[in-house]
Design a protein around this ligand. Structure first.
Ligand SMILES: Cc1ncc(COP(=O)(O)O)c(C=O)c1O
Length: 383
């Protein structure tokens, strides 16, 4: 087969979908589309179990694209600002009788959407993002997103929404990235793992209390929420225990990229990857492939590099890594590789892989059973 190509192993994807559905307990799962980036894969996961309800998308244009494909209950996980995109989306959702929810964390966000909603006479649904990070002396544990860390800050925003004829508070979200997205079982890092687990335990208690306080305040103001969204792949064990939470957002667990190999509480199966071609041999114990350097986003570090996966035992060279056009690999003895052979890699993150490939070969058993277009393959590039 012409290389490079990307694939999704449907047997492993289905096993992950099923394991995630079980791990959800009695909560619903909202799928984080940024970690999937293929309409057909999204459909397959949603169709696999009734626990899968709604999508967390990542831009307004992506939400409009998913609407066109027939998806409903789309929560845009991050604030958006472009006026024409917001107006177009409001109109498309109303015309199709679908639910779109915009993320907000300030009165400025609320008033911006209110103005656009009022201009076209459509009520807009919003979700209030509550910061779930933890600040300890010398350490910010979590992400920098919403400025709302307590009910006292959320209250004026909720009151402003209640006054508005054009805005409805549909839900709240709190993403505890320090629990959901930080590995705590990294090989050879015994002390660091122990500290992270300790910080996670402390943070889990604080997150639950903060969410509880906000929910209590909202209830006192007489607002009934449709959903309370929490977590990510790495926080299912704690998010599902919170009484107030109605749904958990999951994305990465479905393809299960390498960054999700190092958690104490779970291990999903490596369902997606890509293959590049060996084009030369710089030394008898090395091969060099054409391309392969698809780095993941986030703080720069070796953990963001893709990892050679099959055949087993190959390693990147620390001085070159995975390259734009050439990726040399050290081969273990006993592995015979020829020019033209494929080397399979796994990406460090989930959906970013799909930005590099127009399609995923869908494999079941030993057979390619379908070809699933990625967003890129549909000519789309949202972020
Ligand atoms: C707001 C939000 N919720 C949930 C998630 C969890 O996604 P995943 O399961 O891919 O880690 C993310 C990922 O970054 C996110 O930004």
């Amino acid at each position: 087969m012409p290389k490079p190509f990307a694939y999704v192993n449907l047997d492993l994807l289905d096993a992950n979908s099923s394991a995630i559905a079980t791990a959800a307990g009695n909560k619903r799962i909202r799928i984080a589309s940024k970690s999937i980036r293929s309409v057909e894969v999204l459909r397959r996961i949603i169709g696999s179990h009734e626990v899968y309800q709604g999508v967390m998308c990542y831009t307004a244009r992506e939400a409009a694209f998913l609407l066109k494909h027939g998806f409903d209950d789309l929560l845009i996980g991050y604030p958006v600002w472009d006026k024409s995109e917001i107006s177009n989306l409001l109109q498309a959702a109303a015309a199709n009788g679908r639910i779109i929810v915009f993320m907000i964390d300030s009165i400025q966000h609320v008033e911006h959407i209110e103005q656009l909603a009022a201009a076209i006479g459509i009520e807009a649904f919003v979700c209030l993002d509550i910061d779930m990070s933890a600040s300890y002396p010398g350490l910010h544990f979590g992400v920098r997103r919403s400025p709302i860390t307590a009910w006292a800050q959320a209250k004026p925003i909720v009151e402003r929404i209640i006054q508005s004829k054009w805005i409805r508070l549909d839900g709240i979200m709190g993403y505890e990235a320090q629990i959901a997205g930080v590995a705590d079982d990294t090989k050879g890092q015994f002390l660091k793992n122990a500290i992270i687990r300790q910080l996670k335990r402390k943070s889990i208690r604080e997150v639950a209390m903060r969410r509880e306080e906000v929910l209590e305040g909202i209830k006192e103001l007489g607002v009934q929420l449709r959903f309370v969204n929490a977590g990510g792949t790495g926080s299912m064990d704690s998010s599902r225990l919170e009484r107030g939470v109605t749904e958990i957002t999951i994305g990465s667990g479905f393809y299960s990229p390498t960054l999700f190999d190092h958690y104490e509480g779970f291990r999903y199966l490596p369902a997606a990857g890509y293959a590049v071609e060996i084009v030369r041999k710089p030394r008898s114990d090395m091969v060099t492939c054409l391309g392969g350097g698809y780095m993941a986003s986030g703080a720069v570090g070796a953990d963001k590099a893709p990892q050679p996966y099959l055949p087993e035992g190959l390693t990147l060279l620390s001085l070159e890594g995975a390259g734009e056009v050439q990726t040399p690999l050290r081969c273990p003895s006993g592995v015979a590789l020829a020019l033209g052979d494929p080397i399979f890699f796994r990406h460090a993150k989930a959906g970013e892989l799909c930005e590099r490939f127009p399609k995923l070969y869908a494999i079941s058993g030993e057979t390619i059973v379908a070809e699933y277009l990625t967003y890129r393959g549909e000519g789309e590039c949202f972020l």
